[in-house]
Design a protein around this ligand. Structure first.
Ligand code: UT7
Length: 315
């Protein structure tokens, strides 16, 4: 398969670090050097599904394709207003597609997992055109009085259209159950029979544990996918990493011993938009003309679970 179209959408409300300092015991002096985030786009009156549909339409336009030509839609999403139906079915209706749809929840690594699922369908000869949409609103998961979490996140949707080709060279996935490091719990509807105590807990994070996992997992996934393709980091032109913390990005860069120019970022004014980070960054790089034909691009992401992955492709 190959990536033939990209699109992304951000909410219009921009929240700066100084705006957060108006109601939180925090400051730009703490947030920026510790995370690399200056501002983030936060959902206000938008609906996530509308953003997802718009990102999908942009990617279809970019690929010069109509929704009726799609054979499969995969949506990566952690939370949205609906528990059911799945968001991919809502996107399907919004763009006017008729193909089967699937939602996945692989936290921030969702785009890489979606690529892997798509690749299996290509290898089985079951699809020609696939749409992946990552749509996330992590700002609705955090406690906005908790300065350790809410300052990190922003919202957004990113989409890609895949078509037949051989540009995706390899994908490496890994999972390591560590469910107490990054999680959110919500209550379900009560029944007359529930006797256990249930709690509603906003996003909880053991930041330093996630940090260490992120550096180790992404470094190892990238090394593995490069090795499987008989190349080294020196042969790669661009490394697109999950935009969780600039210090995580720099630590992975140090491990790979590569120059900063190879690592495009948008964390400074986007923050961490979970699985949407990768396709949004991909779309922005593509529209800026950063990728040249034949460039080798590696992407990697990590998230709650823990799950992580890396994908290598040739532009
Ligand atoms: O998609 C994956 C999602 N998550 C991640 O990737 C997160 C990975 N982890 C991180 O990015 C970092 O661990 C954080 C940015 C979350 C935290 O940075 P840190 O250098 O690990 O700080 P810390 O948690 O050790 O906290 C240091 C101090 C604490 O104060 P005390 O206990 O030393 O007095 C915190 O209370 O900084 C305090 N602090 C803050 N102060 C001002 C934590 N958050 C803030 C804040 N503003 N926003």
């Amino acid at each position: 398969m190959k990536i033939s179209g990209t699109g992304s959408v951000l909410p219009k409300k921009v929240v700066t670090n100084d705006m957060l300092a108006e109601f939180l015991d925090t400051s730009d002096e703490w947030i920026y050097p510790r995370t690399g985030v200056k501002s983030r786009h936060v959902i206000s009156d938008e609906k996530l599904e509308d953003m997802a549909i718009e990102a999908a339409k942009k990617a279809l336009d970019d690929a010069g394709m109509t929704a009726s030509e799609l054979d499969f839609i995969i949506c990566s999403n952690v939370v949205n207003e609906y528990i059911t139906p799945q968001l991919s079915c809502i996107i399907q209706g919004g763009i006017g597609a008729t193909c089967p749809c699937l939602d996945i929840n692989c936290a921030c690594a969702g785009f890489i997992y979606a690529l892997d699922i798509a690749e299996s369908h290509y290898k089985a000869g079951r699809v020609k055109n696939v749409l992946i949409v990552c749509a996330e609103e992590p700002t609705r998961m955090t406690d906005w009085s908790d300065r350790r979490t809410c300052v990190l996140f922003g919202d957004g949707a990113g989409a890609v259209v895949l078509t037949p080709g051989d540009n995706i060279k390899g994908i490496s996935l890994s999972s390591a159950s560590a469910t107490d490091k990054l999680y959110q719990i919500r209550t379900l509807q009560p029944t007359p029979y529930i006797t256990k105590e249930e709690v509603d807990i906003p996003l909880q994070m053991k930041g330093q544990d996630v940090f260490k996992f992120a550096v180790k997992a992404s470094s190892s996934d990238i090394t593995k996918v490069l090795k499987e393709n008989g190349i080294t980091a020196d042969d790669v032109d661009h490394v697109l990493l999950h935009q969780a913390n600039i210090r995580i990005i720099n630590a992975i860069r140090d491990y790979l011993e590569q120059p900063a120019e190879k690592f495009p970022t948008n964390i400074e004014d986007h923050g961490n938009s979970s699985s949407s980070c990768c396709p949004i960054l991909l779309d922005e790089c593509r529209r800026k003309g950063i990728f040249k034909k034949g460039d080798k691009v590696v992407m990697s992401a990590f998230g709650a679970g823990f799950v992580s992955g890396a994908a290598l492709f040739e532009w």
